[in-house]
Design a binder for this molecule. Structure first.
Ligand code: SF4
Length: 523
């Protein structure tokens, strides 16, 4: 048992629904209790889809459990195929149905439907949503292409190479616009898109996957297994660079160039993006060295860390993900920034790490938005899970050169502007401009608690373990001196000084201790 208030991912059958809802002419039958239809709202309200997801539930009730639930499954399957006439059928179970063991997948396979039937194994008590999406996509592709021998692919010389874009799904973060942007990137080096899947594909399109010269693994959480299988079965190389950020978009084109045997240099030289100039312009000087904490799915976190350090001049002070399947990649990335990766799906651990590190900016999911708001720290969303406002009406990709423009605006927006910072430091004692007067967009936590609560946990909240018995006291002069430090680094200064004092057995922090600590850490 795990006490859970927020979860970063839904159960795996939500992943299966995402694949079905992304595609055309695919239907999903889920053996699930009455009430599980709540998941429809994710599609109709969050992603604002104009139609219900193509999912039929058996919706068994308590009284059905005394009777024949297997018969309910059989009837639901039959009615569904008759009514919706899909070209492929996915059959799975929600968590509760997994316990009854009616084996709906095996049952559907034995019912003699004249369409491909794909039974899904979705272990709801050990796996989560992204894994469910990945497994469903992989099972469907494998079922359709099993035994499929494509005609020999003609050599790439003298024609435009073709690529599949794999991984975009409904409820994925900015998938809709990323596909447009990556299609543009590929076109800039003369590569055509063969199939985009799952988003927008029908079963017949999946049959055409082997016709492409290579696959682009846009969202590894969903497409990695499928790409690896296609590579084994059809010798299609996988382009693995995820083009989020200017540097990664260039690397993506270089990798595509290598795989497709073309020279991407002219396209890279002609690429239009404002991020590099914006981040070099003098107004961005104040961004340099901003301490940032990053959390989300592995793909977006790894990409964001690179953009943050290489393109905006931030310092990554913490990084983590709920994507356990990609823990190794995460750890390797974290090592490169000299920090320890936090692999967890427990938001309380994430919150503790945020308070401990006291960053000046949090880049995360919807959950980190709440955590950061409570702590009064600026935050921008970079990854699912997200709320309705992150399925925007406007064009808002994360990938490609336009994606880099969107990222620049989104991340800089929540920060206090350089001039504001300057004024607040200059007029620290001013009644209007004092540093307690936090910007209104940081919410009531910042306004009421003022700068002291912001990113500045009390000493005994400190995750380094300052318990009540070794609580450190600040004398009033030291406290006054500490308050001269601008609020956005004050939390860090407080924690460092307390650590310094604790290590030396100093019980009361004086002005001297504060400056000794400053000298010590400044070395
Ligand atoms: S079956 Fe799973 S998803 Fe459905 S209501 Fe029960 S716990 Fe939630």
């Amino acid at each position: 048992m795990q006490l859970t208030v927020w979860t970063y991912e839904g159960p795996p059958h939500i992943g299966a629904m995402r694949v079905a809802a992304s595609m055309r002419d695919v239907h999903c039958v889920l053996h699930a209790p009455q009430g599980d239809t709540y998941a429809d709202l994710l599609f109709t309200m969050i992603a604002r889809s104009a139609k219900r997801p193509p999912v039929t539930y058996t919706t068994f009730q308590a009284r059905d459990l005394g009777g024949d639930t297997a018969e309910l499954v059989r009837k639901t399957l039959q009615d569904t195929v008759q009514r919706f006439k899909p070209r492929a059928l996915l059959v799975g179970e929600a968590c509760t149905a997994e316990l009854i063991q009616d084996q709906p997948g095996a049952m559907a396979e034995g019912m003699g439907f004249d369409i491909p039937v794909v039974p899904l194994e979705l272990p709801a008590f050990t796996r989560k949503e992204n894994w469910g999406a990945s497994e469903t996509f992989f099972s469907l592709v494998r079922a359709l292409l099993r035994g499929h021998k494509p005609a020999e692919r003609p050599a790439m010389t003298g024609r435009r190479p073709r690529a599949n874009l794999l991984g975009p799904t409904m409820l994925g973060f900015r998938c809709r616009d990323d596909v447009t942007e990556v299609t543009r990137l590929l076109a800039s080096v003369g590569v055509d898109v063969n199939v985009v899947a799952p988003a927008g594909a029908a079963p017949e399109d999946l049959l055409r996957l082997p016709e492409a010269d290579f696959n682009v693994c846009l969202y590894p959480e969903v497409a990695y297994s499928t790409c690896a299988w296609l590579e084994r079965m059809f010798q299609q190389p996988t382009v693995k660079t995820v083009p989020i950020g200017v540097g990664a978009s260039r690397d993506f084109l270089l990798e595509v160039g290598q795989v497709a045997g073309i020279d991407p240099a002219p396209a890279i030289a002609a690429a239009q993006t404002r991020l590099p100039w914006y981040s070099r312009s003098v107004d961005s000087t104040y961004l340099t060295g901003k301490r940032v904490f990053i959390f989300g799915d592995a793909t977006h976190v790894i990409a964001a860390a690179r953009v943050a350090t290489e393109e905006l001049g931030f310092e990554v002070v913490g990084l983590g993900s709920y994507s356990r399947e990609f823990a190794r990649e995460l750890r390797a990335a974290a090592e490169g920034y000299g920090v320890e990766a936090l692999i967890t799906d427990d938001y309380l651990q994430v919150e503790a790490r945020v308070l401990e590190l006291a960053p000046e900016l949090v880049l995360g999911t919807q959950m980190e938005r709440h955590i950061a708001k409570r702590a009064g720290i600026p935050c921008a969303v970079i990854s699912a899970p997200v709320h309705v406002q992150d399925f925007p009406a406007r064009y808002a990709p994360q990938m490609g050169f336009e994606g880099a423009n969107v990222i620049f605006d989104t991340w800089v927006h929540p920060l206090m502007m350089g001039l504001e910072e300057h004024l607040i430091t200059m007029f620290r004692e001013d009644i209007e401009f004092n540093d307690e007067a936090a910007p209104s967009h940081l919410g009531p936590a910042a306004r009421q608690g003022g700068a002291q609560t912001r990113a500045e946990p009390a000493a005994d909240d400190d995750a380094e373990g300052a318990g009540a018995d070794d609580a450190i006291i600040w004398d009033s002069d030291a406290e006054k001196e500490l308050r001269k430090i601008p609020f956005f680094v004050r939390g860090k200064a407080r924690r460092n000084t307390e650590r310094f004092a604790r290590e030396r057995g100093v019980a009361t922090i004086t002005v001297e201790t504060l400056y000794d600590a400053k000298a010590h850490f400044g070395r």
